[in-house]
Design a protein around this ligand. Structure first.
Ligand code: DX5
Ligand code: ZN
Length: 228
């Protein structure tokens, strides 16, 4: 995918939205590229959020493609349900998945893009071969579990390496970053070569969430490395 030739993708995370009004919160970011939904099971991560029934309701309430980030144990078992429900992208964690290639195939067979996420301590080099079976690589720029944490600039080496694997034709993934992305940090992530930017508090704590999406996209576009 010639991702760097297309506009940066902005994916607001509803983790930081009002869970009692999710349809309104999706409408508040109508121009977003993907709507990022953090599924946490109080097991793989300490936090507990929402699951498939809420995602099914959200799918009916918005036209924005839904990006499910599964921070759960045993994603091999559960990921397919989100794909079958109509999620656009379903991301599992490398640290939790047992059969990474088989699970990617199942997600794709059910009609969704397959994503693989790496926690900050997980080495990209160990997953390069597996990533040939995936559409999205989610580089965590915080420890997964909570919104509002500080961006880890040291993860930019991983993003740069991923960008180079894509640009040299070794991988065809969308390179996504998640955690602490804001007006202050998005330029670094864009400069390192990310294609897709998850932003929770930066979007939903803004006075105008839709305007925050537009501003983040413009900041990322202005900071991308030259192609070629
Ligand atoms: C953290 C989640 C993120 C979170 C991002 O585990 O995966 O998607 O919502 O929130 P911010 O942008 O506030 O760091
Ligand atoms: Zn997330």
């Amino acid at each position: 995918m010639p991702a760097q030739n297309s506009a940066p993708l902005i994916a607001p995370s509803i983790l930081n939205a009002d869970f009692a009004h999710l349809a309104d919160e999706a409408a508040a970011v109508a121009g977003a590229d993907w709507l990022h939904v953090d599924v946490m099971d109080n097991h793989f991560v300490p936090n507990l959020t929402l699951g498939l029934p809420v995602v099914k309701s959200l799918l009916k309430a918005t036209d924005i493609p839904i990006d499910c980030h599964l921070m759960i144990t045993d994603p091999d078992r559960w990921a397919i349900g989100y794909a079958e429900a109509g999620a656009y992208n379903v991301t599992v964690h490398a640290e939790a998945v047992a059969d990474a290639i088989g699970t990617a195939a199942n997600i794709r067979k059910a009609g969704a893009k397959a994503g693989l996420s790496l926690k900050p301590g997980t080495d990209l080099e160990d997953w390069v071969d597996v990533l040939r079976h995936y559409d999205t690589l989610l580089v965590m720029t915080v420890e997964p579990g909570f919104g509002g944490q500080s961006f880890m600039p040291e993860m930019m080496a991983k993003v740069r390496r991923a960008r180079s694997l894509v640009d040299t034709g070794h991988l065809t993934v969308v390179v996504q970053v998640d955690g602490g992305i804001s007006a202050d940090t998005i330029e670094q992530a864009a400069q390192a070569g990310a294609d897709c930017f998850v932003a929770g508090s930066a979007v939903y704590s803004a006075q105008d969430p839709a305007a925050a999406v537009v501003a983040l996209r413009a900041a990322a576009a202005a900071s991308r490395p030259a192609v070629g």
